[in-house]
Design a protein around this ligand. Structure first.
Ligand code: HEC
Length: 234
């Protein structure tokens, strides 16, 4: 009897622990992040899923939900459209074609099909066909990338209200109100292994295959839009 109870208890503990302890979270990284979408036009987005920020997954059936307009009760009910993402020639790259219907804003929600782990990106502009909107400033583009590349899943950005209700696993050190020498930060983002800055619970920062434009925008966003004076070693 005791043994049975023990097994039952262990079972309960395991089930309770499953969502976070085993397999429970993933970092979603969009490859090319569009600055805006065009109403009525199809855009293909491609993304990778890294379990615990490390292991690239190629066996999921993720979905992308498109929420038009303001985030509100009504739009939650009526304005949600879901499309399935399918693996491309490289099975670790999932692709989904999305077509926003109205101009304004749209929010993408990606369900990784891994313990129902979902990631929400920041609202994206939807413009009318034939229009050419002003480009985002580097810090605004950096903010967009901070969500779309998956940084926001690991790092709390304390000083930015846009991430106030964001689901963060805090696998990395908190960011915000701290600035870094721009050169050092650019190098860190390009190749995190070059300068490990301690690790939280044994987590390490993954290489997210960022290009130069993305790195420059992220540096500008993290440093609050200012450029810091290069100080060499930190
Ligand atoms: C899987 C979680 C994870 C993701 C995703 C991630 N990081 Fe990190 N990051 C870490 C960890 C862990 C560290 C500290 C250990 C290390 O350097 O590897 C770190 C370190 C940093 C540091 C240095 C912090 C310090 O106190 O020295 C910065 C800045 C940073 N990350 C920014 C970013 C940005 C920008 C992105 C997105 C492009 C990103 N991280 C994506 C986990 C992550």
């Amino acid at each position: 009897m005791r043994r049975v109870l023990g097994v039952l208890l262990l079972g309960t503990v395991l089930i309770a622990a499953t969502p976070t302890a085993f397999g429970g979270w993933a970092v979603v990284t969009l490859l090319d992040v569009p600055e805006y979408l065009v109403a009525g036009e199809e855009t293909t987005i491609a993304f990778k899923i890294r379990q615990h920020g490390r292991q690239l997954l190629d066996d999921r059936q993720p979905t992308v939900a498109l929420r038009d307009g303001e985030e509100g009760f009504l739009s939650k009910l009526f304005r949600l459209r879901t499309v399935r993402a399918t693996p491309g020639a490289d099975p670790t790259i999932y692709q989904a074609s999305i077509t926003p219907t109205d101009t304004g804003e749209v929010t993408l929600h990606i369900d990784t099909d891994l313990f129902r782990w979902k990631v929400k990106l920041l609202p994206m502009r939807v413009i009318a066909a034939g229009h050419q909107p002003a480009g985002l400033s580097p810090p605004d583009r950096g903010q967009q990338l901070f969500a779309a590349k998956g940084c926001a899943t690991c790092h709390t950005k304390y000083d930015d209200p846009a991430f106030a209700d964001y689901r963060v696993v805090q696998a990395g050190p908190g960011l915000g109100e701290r600035t870094f020498p721009a050169g050092w930060l650019a190098q860190k983002l390009a190749n995190p292994a070059l300068s490990r800055s301690g690790s939280a619970n044994g987590n390490i920062m993954p290489t997210l295959e960022l290009d130069e434009e993305e790195i420059a925008a992220l540096v500008s966003y993290i440093n609050g839009g200012r450029t810091t004076v290069e100080t060499g070693d930190r």
